[in-house]
Design a protein around this ligand. Sequence first.
Ligand code: BTN
Length: 325
Amino acid sequence: MHSDTTRQRLLDLLADGQFHSGEALGSALQVSRGAVWKHLQALGALGLDVHRVPGRGYRLARPLERLSEARIRQALAPAIDHRLHALLLFDSIDSTNAQLLARKDGPGAVVACLAEHQQAGRGRRGRNWVSPFGANLYFSLSWPFASLPPDFPALGLAVGVAARRALADIGVSHVQLKWPNDLYFNGAKLGGVLLEMRGEPPGACRVVVGIGINVAMPRDTDVGQAWTDLEQTTGGVPSRNALAAALITHLVEALEAFENDGFAPFRGEWQAADLLAGEPVDVTDGREQLQGTARGVAADGALELETPGGIRRIVAGDATLRRRA
Ligand code: BTN
């Protein structure tokens, strides 16, 4: 049997989160116990949280709901489903953003892509996005713009609002937004947004919207900063298929609204969820380090920073919360 198929079936068997002996797995898959062990080693190396208990066998740290095109599509309203030219699912690829950027679909095609694991997940500012197998949501949507929309620099902020609406739909309220486009919960990072563009602005262009949301990270994962996940925030593990469908729905709606009206329909909601509002922050715009008090975002998405020299507008950069002395 082809080993990819064996791996798929092994994941299906383990998905219930119960113990399975190496022997039972081997006979169900018609491979040796050694072959089972090798597949589990390989999946473990991709970040799948597999436990082995002598005498009982193997089990996943928690049940795994596999990503499923049928489940995602079932949860979409017909108008949104029809808007999707393709919905691509992968077990392991370099990056869902890279995958969509490399495609040559016809003009106007909206394509979504999800993966169980990313070998080279991309974060903002050239950082790596840690992407353990089956743990989180790694999602991208390719969106064509006939011409550069108004307020284009604020697009990432509108996407943050759309992701927040999607999370609220699956029962996760009070998510905060950290300029420019991080999702936070209780002071720790829950997810992030990475936009990549191709084309010839101000003419036709295509934006790949990448969203990573932590769902149930293995507890000892080090991503270089304080993180949280939906398992910690909700006390359960929500359906990744339901979350994917909610993200697709809210993104399609938000991107259509942004195309017509820019950032205006999102600004109030963004400000209401602003993690940094009124807080002392360190900001870099890539050239300069600035300190001040965050005062929300302007109509074009720029961060307004109150400094001793007056209000400074930061169009692109990174902000960190400075703890009060
Ligand atoms: C950030 O640095 O906060 C942005 C992280 C964006 C991660 C997502 S995961 C799905 C998509 N594919 C990628 O390679 N990156 C984005």
